[in-house]
Design a protein around this ligand. Structure first.
Ligand SMILES: Nc1ncnc2c1ncn2[C@@H]1O[C@H](COP(=O)(O)OP(=O)(O)OP(=O)(O)O)[C@@H](O)[C@H]1O
Ligand SMILES: [Mg+2]
Length: 332
């Protein structure tokens, strides 16, 4: 299989800020790569270089075998891009926006119109086709933007956070649509903050942090790196969490993760269902505030937290729980 995207030692700095410090990745033809990483990791910078919007300082990148620095025009004719921020013309209607993009890609007038009609239908925008885009909701703009990136039937598609700002139903629709495109042979590089999205759509993933690749593999390979089961509790009152952490700490094989906002406690454990029984035993009647409890395999969110270390940054208190916690309610 040949690579539709090839990136070697890619570097980019903005003044003294190193956005990319030597990124390597490949995307085999017809597959989907999920490019993941926390805010500021360098994802959009990679996308902008690959789509010829930005020059790299070092390294090289090819799309469909064409060098992005040496032959940017050829690259542009082969790709579609949906940027992180919607790029629709506010004063044109949905139809006119798509028609204009078709003309920019040098499709004939007739074909531009046909493609516009077809894509408006596909993205559920037919009813709004004759309204100026400035009257569209955020989700509608996003859909129009993605439709625009597909006008010229690109071989390689770049989607920078394609579903950010979409409601759950639109997001599911978009996932189906992206999966269809991938099934039809389009190579896709997608960045996302929704790890479930990467899990569903991406054949392989590359995780970057501070401009460097810190992990790569399939979802299963990445999950295996984090290993083990998670014991998870959701409670009705976050105040009981510190006391629960204390009681359950002997079962933890790694640092417990407390998410006060979500009122959730996640503890890496080893073993099977007996751990659950043991945990309930240790809580011994202090379960009034427990709303949900379960044992589950790590998901990509766990992988992400483990890799980027944000779990420990977000819950520095995990090791500072007082010996005699004074819960304000729930645990009695
Ligand atoms: N045009 C620019 N000028 C200066 N700094 C920039 C520019 N573009 C990006 N950066 C910096 O480069 C780094 C990487 O930014 P980038 O937009 O690639 O991150 P990202 O992974 O896409 O983040 P997010 O998840 O927030 O979209 C950041 O530190 C950012 O501030
Ligand atoms: Mg970005």
């Amino acid at each position: 299989m040949t690579d539709a995207i090839l990136v070697e030692g890619l570097q980019k700095s903005f003044g003294s800020n190193t956005a990319l410090a030597g990124v390597d990745l490949t995307v085999p033809e017809g597959s989907v790569l999920g490019l993941l990483g926390p805010n500021g990791a360098g994802k959009t910078t990679v996308v902008r270089i690959l789509t010829t919007l930005l020059q790299p300082d070092g390294g090289r990148a090819e799309v469909a075998g064409v060098d992005v620095v040496h032959e940017p025009d050829r690259v542009r004719s082969l790709i579609g891009l949906t940027g992180q921020y919607a790029a629709v013309d506010e004063y044109l209607t949905g139809f006119e926006n798509l028609e204009m993009v078709g003309r920019l890609y040098r499709l004939g007038k007739r074909e531009s119109r046909d493609r516009a009609t077809e894509l408006l239908e596909r993205f559920d925008l037919t009813d709004a086709a004759t309204r100026p885009a400035k009257t569209y909701s955020g989700g509608m703009r996003r859909r129009l933007d993605i439709a625009a990136s597909l006008i010229a039937r690109p071989q390689v598609l770049f989607l920078d956070e394609p579903t950010t700002g979409l409601d759950p139903r639109s997001r599911l629709g978009m996932w189906e649509f992206i999966a269809d495109l991938a099934g039809g042979g389009t190579t896709i590089l997608l960045t996302t903050q929704y790890l479930e999205e990467a899990d569903r759509l991406a054949d392989r993933m590359v995780v970057i942090d501070r401009g460097r690749v810190i992990a790569r593999g399939t979802a299963d390979e990445l999950k295996a790196q984090v290993g083990g089961q998670r014991l998870e509790f959701t409670v009705t009152d976050a105040a009981v969490l510190p006391a629960m952490v204390e009681r359950l700490r002997p079962l933890a094989v790694d640092a417990p993760h407390v998410d006060e906002q979500a009122r959730r406690l996640s503890i890496p454990v080893s073993g099977g269902a007996e751990v659950l029984a043991d945990a309930l035993h240790r809580l011994d009647g202090h379960t009034a505030a427990v709303f949900d409890v379960g044992l589950r395999r790590p998901d990509l969110d766990d992988v992400f937290l483990a890799l980027t270390g944000h779990a420990t940054e977000e819950s520095p208190g995990a090791d500072e729980v007082p010996a005699e916690p004074v819960p304000t309610g729930g645990v009695r």
